[in-house]
Design a protein around this ligand. Structure first.
Ligand SMILES: Nc1ncnc2c1ncn2[C@@H]1O[C@H](COP(=O)(O)OP(=O)(O)OP(=O)(O)O)[C@@H](O)[C@H]1O
Length: 313
């Protein structure tokens, strides 16, 4: 169990995490979703005692990380897969971590097997592919058999096999009753992995619910309508409080309604239609809209421009 309470973290002028509160429960994969710079890594670092909060706190099983005598037995984390000493073998790297935490050496062999590192464990880390480094990082996270696990962007840069393997592993770890928090900036990835989602932007909580609830609330229905008299339709729809946008000379897009409703209104306005269809906004578009005001930088074709306070786009 992880409990984040009123967590705020400032780095000088940068407010990385802003009064953030959420819980991560055992037995589920919880996705920690947000655009780049949203504050996911900072939050994870505070949970792991690697950064001090400016205010508020993050507890693991009701205690501060720094209060654990043998923290690797409580919490395991994959933060930076490049952190291992390149001259060591994978096995030696894991043995050092085990010894430092009073964990028996046989556990090293168990985790090597669990992550499928196999014979690569005998080789020096500098020769590892990204996928092997990732497996080694996960082996290190699992070494103390912890009940709480944090993975920061674990599928970044992996090929499809690696991505599938990580998905399967996260599911198994949750099914074993562990608390699993996994961060990503990709909704499409989280959709396939997470039971619950904690969505943040600019350090603030945007949504905290089951993946199903969040996805169900995204992707609004829009109606495309073509007519030789779009001006009349536009005025008629707006009069009835509908949100309408002009797509081109003859086509309008009406938000949050149904084709039936639009057809009825067009008939009431006595305007002929040439086309009427319902389109669901894509989840990616909806996610960008949801977190849009909170994105730290928006690409503007050339140099990225910082967004002024207030989040104007
Ligand atoms: N040590 C630091 N010093 C100064 N600013 C920092 C530091 N660490 C993070 N930040 C800033 O805090 C904000 C949140 O960063 P963080 O890395 O937590 O976001 P993130 O959601 O993990 O993003 P990403 O997906 O890009 O890793 C950013 O504006 C970042 O530049």
């Amino acid at each position: 169990m992880i409990g984040v309470r009123g967590l705020t973290k400032r780095y000088g002028d940068v407010l990385a995490v802003d009064d953030l509160s959420f819980d991560v429960e055992p037995g589920k994969v919880t996705g920690f979703l947000g655009p780049n710079g949203a504050g996911k890594s900072t939050t994870m670092r505070v949970v792991l005692g690697l950064d001090r909060p400016t205010s508020g706190q993050a507890l693991v099983n009701g205690r501060l990380y720094t209060a654990f005598a043998e923290p690797l037995r409580e919490v395991g984390a994959l933060l930076d897969p490049g952190a291992a000493h390149p001259g060591r073998t994978g096995r030696a790297h894991l043995r050092v971590a085990a010894r430092a935490n009073g964990i028996p050496a046989r556990r090293v062999e168990e985790v090597i097997e669990r992550v499928g590192l196999g014979r690569a464990a005998r080789r020096r880390i500098k020769g590892y592919s990204l996928g092997m480094r990732q497996r080694l990082g996960i082996a290190a996270a699992l070494i103390g058999d912890p009940g709480v696990l944090l993975f920061d962007e674990p599928v970044n840069g992996l090929d499809l096999d690696g991505v599938r393997w990580i998905r399967g592993l996260l599911r198994q770890l949750a099914d074993e009753g562990r608390t699993v928090l996994v961060s990503s900036h990709l909704l499409s990835e989280m959709e396939q992995i997470a039971d619950r989602l904690v969505v943040i932007g600019r350090g603030r909580l945007i949504a905290d619910a089951t993946t199903e609830q969040i996805l169900g609330g995204l992707g609004r229905l829009q109606v495309r309508v073509r007519s030789p008299r779009p001006d009349l339709l536009l005025a008629g729809f707006r009069e009835r409080g509908l949100v309408v946008e002009r797509v081109d000379e003859h086509e309008l897009r009406v938000e949050d309604t149904t084709a039936e409703e639009v057809g009825r209104l067009a008939h009431a306005c006595d305007v002929p239609l040439q086309h009427l269809s319902e389109v669901r906004q894509s989840l990616e578009d909806a996610y960008v809209e949801l977190t849009g005001d909170s994105v730290e930088y928006h690409g503007g074709g050339g140099e990225a421009e910082p967004v002024p306070a207030g989040g104007a786009r």
